[in-house]
Design a protein around this ligand. Structure first.
Ligand SMILES: [Zn+2]
Length: 489
């Protein structure tokens, strides 16, 4: 089926037909348009397979706008999206948080007035993480197309989804889709650095512009194995990041006269104990369903232990085996990663203070205090104390895995990829969905592009790339989800 689609898509690519404005029903069926004589001014295509060509150009253009965060400079990309929307006569607004940064929002309303109680947000972030250009085989900001891949920082995270959202949004407008709920396009900045200049600014200062009941955002997966889509993971929750300083104090003095209260020594001992600590296993609604779903497609041995997670007598042993995978380990417990160390100013000066930074990821609903209590007990050293940094993440509730939107995505995935397993996922990292979930929006993560795990791992890495076929398929998948949920048939 995937192959057939690809053939059709390629055929469209080389058929220089002019597409007359089609009714919505026509465009849904994706039937090849009748050939018509060429004209000077072609009306915009209402065929989704054609719009994937346009979306690929938007993606290339967006990659060429360097939005490495910091500094971000996301508004250049926001304005670019604005020019694309302008051509479609879709009004949009750009809000600036600090010079050059902020977000873009546009909406298509179902009725005469905005109705946040049913609205759906299509969202993606404009900023990207940095690159080590010496490690890339192509210019990461050139939008290079090579061997049927588009290369560039952000093509997976998250400009691919940005371009896909834009395509789906514009299709709704071009086809005059009969919306049964408002659809909001949101392109926000500063996701990669916590969101103060992006999503946090948007929800705190301009909530009226984005208030909605549902959202679809990054994360989630369409995982390909042996050339076939193996499972679709819908992100419904995420862990909460908290940075905590571990501070050891001692007597400063001359390096030639060491004392037992040396802060570096006490910090080192504390970090070693913290590094060896494992928080207890905790499964929640999402991770239970995740392992249950994955057990259907994993090898026999792994499946056996995934199923055993649910049995009280074997849970501990099963968890030990499953947690050999660092990602699965992180999905089952609060984790603590020591990430930074600071101490001393000279080789011959004993410092009075030494500091480590812990990057802690709490399971949704878990609080920091009990964990710090446990660590204080474990370290058991009056010279050592813990100080949470001020940028503490707020614990957001997970989105339900039985909502109408979750079900819509599940049904569409099953139609799109027959026989596929659909499972909810909990991210170990954080996304902008957290800000929405704190405001009761049912937000789900689904990067719609079918990708093998190895390609997903290029996110944030060198030579980030997206197969062009996957990009096209992802645009269609997203389009079908949005049509299923927001358009009256
Ligand atoms: Zn991202």
């Amino acid at each position: 089926m995937f192959r057939n689609f690809l053939k059709a898509a390629v055929a469209c690519l080389f058929t220089a037909t002019l597409v007359a404005p089609a009714s919505f029903a026509q465009s849904r069926q994706q039937t090849p348009p009748p050939a018509q004589p060429a004209a000077q001014q072609a009306p915009p295509s209402t065929d989704i397979t054609h719009i994937t060509d346009e979306a690929l150009v938007w993606l290339q253009d967006l990659v060429r706008i360097n939005t490495t965060n910091p500094p971000g400079n996301e508004l250049v990309a926001a304005k670019y999206i604005g020019t694309v929307l302008q051509k479609e006569n879709i009004p949009f607004e750009i809000f600036e948080s600090t010079p050059g940064r902020g977000f873009l929002v546009a909406r298509l309303n179902a009725g005469p007035f905005p109705d946040p109680s049913r609205a759906l947000i299509l969202m993606a972030h404009l900023d990207v993480v940095g690159v080590d250009t010496t490690k890339w085989t192509v210019d990461p900001f050139a939008g290079v197309i090579k061997d049927n891949y588009i290369y560039g920082r952000g093509v997976i995270d998250d400009k691919g989804m940005l371009a896909a959202n834009l395509a789906v949004f514009i299709m709704l407008k071009r086809t005059n889709a009969h919306l049964n709920r408002d659809v909001i396009l949101l392109a926000e900045g500063d996701e990669e650095a916590g969101g103060n200049d992006g999503m946090i600014f948007a929800v705190q200062k301009h909530w009226d512009k984005i208030a909605a009941a549902y959202a679809i955002n990054e994360e989630g997966r369409v995982i390909v194995s042996n050339g076939k889509v193996q499972y679709v993971g819908i992100q419904a929750g995420e862990k909460v990041p908290v940075n905590v300083n571990v501070i050891a104090t001692g007597t400063s003095g001359h390096g030639s006269i060491p004392r037992p209260d040396n802060a570096v020594v006490h910090l080192s001992a504390a970090v070693e104990k913290i590094g060896g600590y494992e928080a207890p296993i905790q499964l929640n609604t999402i991770t239970r369903a995740y392992f249950e779903g994955l057990a259907k497609i994993e090898d026999d041995e792994t499946s056996k232990w995934m199923r055993a997670l649910e049995t009280s007598e074997r849970q501990e042993h099963a968890a030990r085996i499953i947690s050999q995978s660092p990602i699965w380990n992180s999905m089952m417990r609060d984790t603590i990663a020591p990430t930074m160390l600071q101490a001393g100013i000279r080789a011959n000066v004993v410092p009075s203070m030494a500091r480590a930074t812990l990057n802690i990821r709490l399971l949704p609903g878990n609080l920091l205090e009990p964990l710090l209590g446990k660590l204080t007990q474990l370290v058991n050293d009056p010279q050592v104390h813990f100080e949470p940094q001020t940028s503490i993440g707020q614990p957001a509730p997970s989105s339900p895995v039985d909502s109408d939107f979750f079900n819509e995505i599940t049904v569409t995935a099953a139609n799109e990829f027959p026989g596929v397993t659909v499972i909810p996922m909990m991210s170990t990292g954080a996304t902008d969905s957290q800000q929405l979930r704190l405001r009761s929006v049912k937000a789900y993560g689904l990067l719609p592009f079918p990708l093998p795990e190895a390609e997903v791992m290029r996110m944030h890495a060198d030579d980030e790339r997206l197969p062009i076929d996957s990009f096209r398929k992802g645009v269609l998948f997203l389009d079908h989800i949005v049509i299923g949920f927001a358009v009256s048939q």
